[in-house]
Write a protein that binds this ligand. Structure first.
Ligand SMILES: NC(=O)c1ccc[n+]([C@@H]2O[C@H](COP(=O)([O-])OP(=O)(O)OC[C@H]3O[C@@H](n4cnc5c(N)ncnc54)[C@H](O)[C@@H]3O)[C@@H](O)[C@H]2O)c1
Length: 295
């Protein structure tokens, strides 16, 4: 496997493209606009600069990594000759099933189709294709170049051969793959999102302020960052859509998103990516400082 396509150049897509390119895969990176692609490439370049400064890679590694990535605005063009597609577009079932229908039409029959979805059913996405045995969840964590875990989700029809291929590919990227079954939220978000939601509920109920809640969890539970800051990093819109998948999937009120989270998303306060969430990132220096915590 040498040629891959990544759909979406946002938070996750640019990290996934960066990681594959750094391990010498040829990556076709696709987004709907040149502007999103440009932003994604700028982020990759800045993240590589940080790795050069920390002497994790050389300047020449950086140049090679960037050369391994080609950008596209058309899925059809970009997926013609690839062995694997990793879809990392916006978390929305209708959008993802539409993309997978197109992929099924344009990709070679041998191509494995993976999705980086945080919570949407792999089985449902696979059902929109004529190759459900080749559809799999490859759930990278944020920030992708740093985080070791890849949650590998076996859909109802995913073949063992495809699961084993993706497990060994993840190891090639120096990640630790963990295989799980396909139920709403899988393992990572089924456990993480109720904790984030409860921390928002704690703020909403005025039990404590943002910093206090995060400090209790950081110092008391030895978490590297507080749940509210983590929510800002993930994106509050992403958190809301995962909670809705859990709520609708299990029909259990314990997953109902906190009204404060719903309000913040409606108001466009999406966390780091919009400049404001539970914390304010509009100050450039502050945002840089926060970004460094992740590198
Ligand atoms: N943010 C996280 O921490 C995180 C972690 C793990 C998994 N995920 C999952 O990764 C996926 C992407 O999330 P994100 O946080 O990167 O979102 P994001 O909003 O940062 O980026 C999504 C990108 O997809 C692009 N896009 C939308 N429709 C498209 C289309 N038809 N074709 C090509 N590109 C399209 C958008 O323009 C945008 O650039 C989601 O499924 C999300 O659940 C997110």
């Amino acid at each position: 496997m040498k040629n891959v396509a990544v759909i979406g150049a946002g938070t996750m897509g640019n990290g996934i493209a960066h990681t594959f390119a750094q391990f010498n895969f040829k990556v076709n990176l696709i987004d709907i606009s040149e502007d999103s692609l440009q932003k994604g490439m700028t982020t990759i370049s800045k993240n590589l600069d940080r790795m050069v400064v920390k002497e994790k890679i050389t300047e020449s590694d950086k140049e090679t990594t960037l050369r391994n990535i080609t950008t596209f605005t058309s899925i059809k063009e970009a997926v013609k000759n690839v062995d694997l597609v990793i879809e990392a577009a916006t978390e929305n079932t209708t959008l993802k099933t539409k993309i997978f229908k197109e992929l099924d039409e344009y990709c070679s029959i041998e191509t494995i189709l993976a999705t980086n979805t945080s919570s949407i059913s792999i089985t449902e996405i696979a059902a929109s294709t004529k190759r459900p045995e080749k559809v799999i969840g490859m759930h990278f964590m944020n920030p992708v170049p740093i985080m070791k875990l890849v949650e590998i989700i076996k859909g109802y029809n995913t073949s063992d051969k495809v699961v084993n291929t993706i497990i060994s590919l993840s190891k090639t990227l120096q990640k630790t793959p963990i295989k799980v079954n396909d139920y709403p939220g899988f393992v990572a978000n089924r456990i993480l999102m109720p904790m984030i939601n409860e921390s928002i509920e704690t703020l909403y109920n005025n039990v404590a302020g943002v910093k206090e809640i995060d400090t209790v969890m950081k110092l008391g539970m030895a978490h590297p960052m507080g749940p509210l800051q983590l929510a800002d990093f993930i994106g509050l819109d992403v958190c809301l859509s995962i909670l809705n998948v859990l709520y609708n999937g299990y029909k259990n009120p314990k997953y109902a998103p906190c009204p404060l989270l719903v309000n913040m998303v409606m108001a466009g306060k999406l966390g780091l990516k919009s400049g404001e969430g539970f914390y304010d990132y509009t100050n450039h220096k502050k945002a840089e400082k926060v970004a460094k915590m992740f590198s």
